[in-house]
Every structure is written in C-alpha cells, then in structure tokens.
Design a protein around this ligand. Structure first.
Ligand code: HEM
Length: 180
C-alpha cells in the first residue's frame, strides 16, 4: 500500500470524514485564518510606518509648504492648522492627489476648516473676523489633528508676509466631486 492511501485511510479513521471533505475543511480553515488575521494590525505596524515616513520640516514659509501638496509622490503630505504643520501622509485617501480634501494639502487650512468651507479664498491661515463658534470648530479640528498626525514644523509668517496665499492651482475635480 502506498503512502498516499495510508494517509487517506488514517484521515478517515481519525476524523471520520472522507479525505475530500477533510482537506476541503482544512483549506477553508487556512483561508479564514488568513482573512481574519489580515484584518488586524498591531500598534507596532503603525508606529514603524509612521517613524519611517515622518520627517521634520522645521520653520518654513507658506510658499514652501505648497511643495508638500501631493504633486511630488516622494514628499510627505503636509497641512498646517494655526501655523502648526502636520504630516497627514497616513491619510493619503483624504489628502493625496484625488482625495476629497486634497485642496487643503500644502496649505494652512485654518480658515476653511473653521468655516467648513471649500472656497478657494478661505484656504488661508488668516483667522480675521471669524466668530467664536467658528474658532471653536477650528479648535476641534486642531485637537483631532494633534491626536492623529505627527507635528513636523511651523509656518514662519515672517518669511511669508502675505497670509492670503495664491488663489490658484488647487481647484481640482475632487473638490467639485466632494461638493456634488
Ligand atoms: C458634505 C458634507 C460632508 C460629508 C458627508 C463629509 C464626510 C466625511 C467623512 C465620511 C470623513 C471620514 C471620517 C473618518 O473616517 O475619519 C470626512 C473626513 C474629513 N472631513 Fe468631511 N464631510 C463633509 C464636509 C466637510 C467639510 C465642509 C469639511 C471642511 C471644510 C470637511 C473636512 C474633513 C476633513 C479635513 C476630514 C479628514 C479628517 C482626518 O484627517 O481624519 N468635511 N468627511
């Protein structure tokens, strides 16, 4: 008797199942195990990823921040809130090219976030004339970002006297898609 039939007979004797049923169940268990274990990532996985990708940019001008708007895939995605710069690369689906919030990337998005606005003219760090309620909304965004993203620098407004920035370049399809 060959090894093959010995194995098959042993399987039937031990499990009470036909070899086909046994190996089908075994294969399904392996698939389910792989699926379920693939759903979980340990905190280590996230930490390592973040550490690898986070670089400090230090004090930079708003015009320099523009370079981190996702147009160069080798650069991290950065957004400033109240002059503090966050690396939001871990949320590429929001802030990368084609993301629903890509218009904020490479900008100080404070005014837009405070006003819940996607208007190009609100894409600035200028908080003039905002209501207490809007400033409160901005504080909530800031807390969310502090919790979620690493701080990698600050905007140096002395390098950047005009806080209004350019009003061009970021009006892409994704913004319109989001509003629709
Ligand atoms: C039309 C109504 C809106 C809908 C249905 C919507 C929906 C969403 C959803 C589903 C998320 C993902 C939440 C998560 O998984 O953490 C999100 C995230 C976000 N939303 Fe909206 N949103 C809307 C309006 C706005 C507005 C008006 C702003 C600001 C101008 C905004 C800014 C953001 C930002 C910045 C994030 C990403 C936050 C992060 O980095 O975790 N959204 N939104």
């Amino acid at each position: 008797m060959g090894i093959y039939s010995t194995v098959m007979e042993t399987v039937t004797e031990v499990t009470g199942l036909s070899p086909t049923a046994f190996f089908t169940i075994l294969a399904m268990m392996v698939v389910v195990y792989n699926l379920v274990s693939g759903m979980f990532l340990g905190p280590e996985d996230f930490r390592q990823k973040e550490q690898k990708e986070t670089i400090q940019v230090g004090d930079i001008a708003e015009s320099e921040l523009r370079a981190y708007d996702g147009s160069d895939p080798k650069k991290p995605l950065l957004i400033a809130i109240k002059g503090q710069i966050y690396d939001v690369s871990s949320s590429k689906m929001f802030y990368g090219r084609g993301g629903a919030y890509s218009m904020f990337t490479g900008r100080d998005a404070s005014r837009a976030l405070a006003m819940l606005s996607f208007k190009p003219e609100d894409l600035t760090g200028n908080l003039e004339g905002l209501s207490a309620e809007e400033l409160g909304v901005l504080d909530d965004w800031e807390s969310k970002f502090i919790e979620k993203y690493p701080v990698v620098g600050r905007l140096d407004t002395s390098l950047n006297p005009s806080e209004n920035g350019d009003k061009v370049q970021f009006l892409d399809n994704h913004r319109n898609e989001h509003i629709d």
